[in-house]
Design a protein around this ligand. Sequence first.
Ligand SMILES: Nc1ccn([C@@H]2O[C@H](COP(=O)(O)OP(=O)(O)OP(=O)(O)O)[C@@H](O)[C@H]2O)c(=O)n1
Ligand SMILES: C[C@](O)(CO)[C@H](O)COP(=O)(O)O
Length: 242
Amino acid sequence: MSTHYYNNNPTSALNKTDNVHIVVAAGSGSRYGGNLPKQFCDLAGRPLLMTTLERLHSCTPEWKLIVVLSTDMTDEWLGMCKDNSFTLPHIIVNGGATRAHSVKNALSIIPQDSSGLISIHDAARPVITPSLISAIIDGVEGCDGALPACAVTDSIRLVGTDGNSSAVDRSKLRAVQTPQIFPADKLLKAYGQELLPVFTDDASVMEAAGYTNLRLVDGDPHNIKVTNPGDMAIAELYLSLI
Ligand SMILES: Nc1ccn([C@@H]2O[C@H](COP(=O)(O)OP(=O)(O)OP(=O)(O)O)[C@@H](O)[C@H]2O)c(=O)n1
Ligand SMILES: C[C@](O)(CO)[C@H](O)COP(=O)(O)O
């Protein structure tokens, strides 16, 4: 796996006490569609990923940034950075077959004796705010990790294999967002296990490894994941409001 230190000095890239944001941006954006993965599509005049990175950095300027990119998009991303005079230092790591594998690749460059915090954030969630990040960081204290979650506002039905469905008590459900933040030592251990398709987020990886003391903090309904066509316009609107 190659590692690219964008606008940074590789010898001073990561120390064991560093706090790190891992921004996963190696997906193909199949639900969003189009020729370019959504994280490189235009949001307010430049590639979405730049907004995500800048907002994370402005909330936590001392945290290091790792960006996970598919190998076939790395040169294109570097070109976009040049074209947009985007100079924020970040380390680029190759993506994996699934989101979880992309995270694992990023973790492979973190010092194994790291004592910092690691945040994992979807590139596709550009409307991240300082107050949400602060609440999650505060939430990690004394826990195995902290993650933002929102109450579900639609009614929910569970669909069986026979096509029948039944109502579910939505008061017990939460929709989970990112960033999800964990002590590095625990996260590194958790990602040592075999990665299963059911691991759709990092909290599920931690839980499967026995780290069940996970604190849910109030999520932000504006912190949407750009997933389907139309979501970009909503994200742009939300950015203009916050
Ligand atoms: N192999 C993968 C798959 C996803 N991601 C990242 O994980 C985040 C959440 O995934 P999702 O929104 O599902 O993105 P895609 O996988 O690109 O979308 P789709 O499922 O529609 O193809 C995104 O920022 C995406 O780039 C990643 O880094 N590596
Ligand atoms: C990590 C996540 O954004 C939390 O809601 C979500 O699980 C990602 O799912 P996706 O299918 O990879 O978009």
